[in-house]
Design a protein around this ligand. Structure first.
Ligand SMILES: Cc1cc2nc3c(=O)[nH]c(=O)nc-3n(C[C@H](O)[C@H](O)[C@H](O)COP(=O)(O)O)c2cc1C
Length: 182
């Protein structure tokens, strides 16, 4: 697992402009620190009373380590499939991770949430909530703040319909029996 911490100054990103290749690539490479280990999470935790949430967990053993490090939540994520080609899909890792953490922290999930039914599947398999990446950006590009609100509203409406069509009266009725794995 790669743990990375990125801190962006409010004044904006300092992306090299004069590089022969992609300045963005150079900038991104500067944000990765391969010397960071699980022990650094203790230091990170000591800086603030805020709950520690680890993003990018895709394995049960890493999820167990996150519990041991005192994390309050993890985000199952392959970073939208933009980092390691061929990485497992978040949803496919969900069952193993939910079993490993055994309710000791919150399990959130992102990656590929495009329709209300995707939210239903993630909750059915044990996620507490889902997060959105590109759909928010698409809404933003199409119509700014209103576009983002529209994307969220569409997903919420689709989710409501998906719950109803599954025969669930409330969130607590959603469970793994709704999902058939071929
Ligand atoms: C343009 C772009 C930039 C991103 N930059 C980061 C980043 O700096 N750090 C990070 O943890 N994830 C980053 N991500 C991944 C998102 O946080 C998120 O995990 C992913 O987009 C979720 O998948 P989805 O886009 O299918 O919803 C980025 C995603 C996109 C599309």
């Amino acid at each position: 697992m790669v743990i990375y911490v990125y801190i962006r100054a409010l004044s904006g990103l300092n992306i090299p402009q004069e590089h022969e290749e992609s300045g963005l690539l150079v900038y991104f490479a500067q944000q990765l620190d391969s010397s960071i280990t699980w022990r650094d999470l203790e230091w990170l935790q000591s800086l603030s009373p805020l709950p520690l949430v680890l993003k990018g967990i895709l394995r049960g053993d890493d999820a167990t380590r996150a519990v041991e490090c005192g994390a309050k939540a993890i985000v199952l994520s392959n970073h939208g499939g933009r980092q390691l080609d061929g990485a497992i899909a978040s949803l496919d890792a969900l069952c193993e991770i939910v079993e490993a953490v055994d309710s000791r922290l919150e399990v959130l999930l992102d990656g590929g949430i495009r329709r209300g039914i995707d939210i239903l599947k993630a909750l059915a398999l044990g996620a507490r909530a889902v997060l959105l990446g590109r759909p928010v950006l698409w809404g933003l590009a199409a119509d700014g703040e209103a576009g983002v609100a529209h994307v969220i509203s569409l997903l919420k409406d689709e989710f409501d319909v998906a719950i109803a069509l599954s025969g669930c009266a409330k969130l607590q009725d959603i469970n793994s029996s709704l999902v058939f794995k071929s």
